[in-house]
Design a protein. Structure first.
Length: 117
């Protein structure tokens, strides 16, 4: 599958993600994910987990967010720096920074959400 982030459900989800409407992004991408085959399926699943994690951050469920980010990072690890027109290396680094940020739920800092580009 060639990911086309400029139209359709992928584009809608990306716009939602960029507007910090994480649950809506998750919903747009899930329909595409169901139709994917490997290795695209696992890759898109990781992106969906990232969006769901930040939905949890918005609701201050830091334990749930940390769990989802850990699983997403595990899924993203095998992919090259760029995959599916996404800067995977940058995304992994941002996810790691968020996991560090979430280690102590009492002192979670306001840092930028990862950019998906």
């Amino acid at each position: 599958m060639i990911f086309d982030w400029s139209r359709g459900e992928l584009a809608e989800g990306l716009q939602c993600y960029r507007n910090q409407q994480f649950w809506q992004a998750h919903e747009h991408w899930e329909g595409v994910w169901l139709k994917c085959s490997e290795p695209d399926k696992t890759f898109l699943q990781a992106l969906i987990q990232v969006t769901a994690a930040f939905h949890h951050v918005q609701r201050k469920n830091y334990i749930g967010a940390s769990s989802l980010l850990t699983r997403a990072l595990r899924r993203l690890e095998p992919y090259p720096e760029e995959y599916g027109a996404i800067a995977v290396g940058e995304l992994r680094n941002s996810v790691r920074a968020w996991l560090e940020n979430l280690e102590n739920a009492d002192s979670v800092r306001e840092i930028a959400f990862p950019v998906i580009r």
